[in-house]
Design a protein around this ligand. Structure first.
Ligand code: BG6
Length: 266
């Protein structure tokens, strides 16, 4: 499958045209920031397991249609690349044309990884959609991870179907977690004392944050995911889901932008 490899000297990344899927980003001298499953199938009919699947135009299941939308299964065009003055590299991908919308995905690889999903309504009526940059992060040991930045938010627990309120300062993991946080702010931090770093997820144009770890039983059920891999990943997904779905008037464009960075743990 075709992929673009970028090496900027301070970082490296890989992006497949299948799904415009970023599968790798690492800073020189540091463990990879993104998790990619060793069991992932690289096949035109399947989404890649790990990295950053682009979820669009719906999130989750939809009867008779693929889970998490069409974008992660589509073959995108690589329409250009540009070396920026700060030595970062910008890659632009485009989803095959649809009468109702135009979608570009712009990936900038530098000291940080920046991804922007741009959706333009080219139709004559309103276009309502969900989107999500379903980012899988690599962690040293999920038992030791703390997620900061979601306190006091309402969330839907996807496992029980209940609406809940996040009371704790930090989210910790000791069982399966699958939650959609609504009206979230612009920064979520993943504290990882084992790899000695804090991964920072900065976002704009995103009102939802999805947090997911499949834990033991679901890992065993997923054919493209190793039984033990849940121990070294966590998904912190930035997007607009359910009540936060985007309604775009004709002629308008929306931007979902996510910047991924890391700093040493203190
Ligand atoms: C998450 C969902 O975003 O994606 C989970 O909240 C789901 O419910 C997970 O299991 C993975 O989905 P998929 O289709 O890539 O297996």
């Amino acid at each position: 499958m075709a992929k673009v490899r970028v090496d900027t000297g301070c970082s490296k990344a890989e992006v497949y045209t299948h799904g415009a899927h970023v599968t790798a980003f690492e800073k020189t001298g540091e463990a990879p920031l993104l998790f990619l499953s060793e069991a992932s199938e690289f096949h035109g009919d399947k989404p890649i397991r790990g990295g950053v699947p682009v979820v669009f135009p719906w999130f989750g299941p939809r009867e008779g249609m693929p889970m998490h939308g069409l974008a992660r299964l589509a073959e995108w065009s690589w329409v250009g690349s540009e070396l920026m003055p700060d030595a970062s590299v910008t890659l632009r991908f485009r989803l095959p044309a649809d009468g109702r919308y135009e979608v570009d995905f712009v990936v900038t690889v530098g000291a940080v990884l920046t991804m922007e999903l741009l959706v333009s309504n080219t139709g004559s009526g309103e276009f309502r959609f969900e989107n999500c940059l379903h980012s899988y992060f690599q962690v040293g040991d999920i038992h030791r991870v703390r997620l900061i930045g979601l306190r006091d938010l309402r969330y839907r627990d996807q496992l029980s179907g209940e609406e809940m309120l996040e009371a704790g300062e930090a989210i910790r993991f000791d069982s399966e977690v699958d939650r959609i946080y609504q009206d979230s702010g612009n920064l979520v931090e993943i504290e990882d004392p084992v790899l000695g770093r804090v991964i920072r997820v900065h976002k704009s144009g995103s009102r939802s944050t999805v947090v997911w770890n499949p834990w033991i039983a679901k890992s065993q059920r997923m054919p493209d995911f190793g039984d033990e891999e849940y121990l070294r990943m966590v998904c912190v997904e930035s997007g607009n889901v359910r009540a936060n779905a985007v309604t775009l008037p004709p002629g308008q464009r929306s931007s979902l932008r996510v910047e991924i960075d890391s700093v040493p743990a203190t």
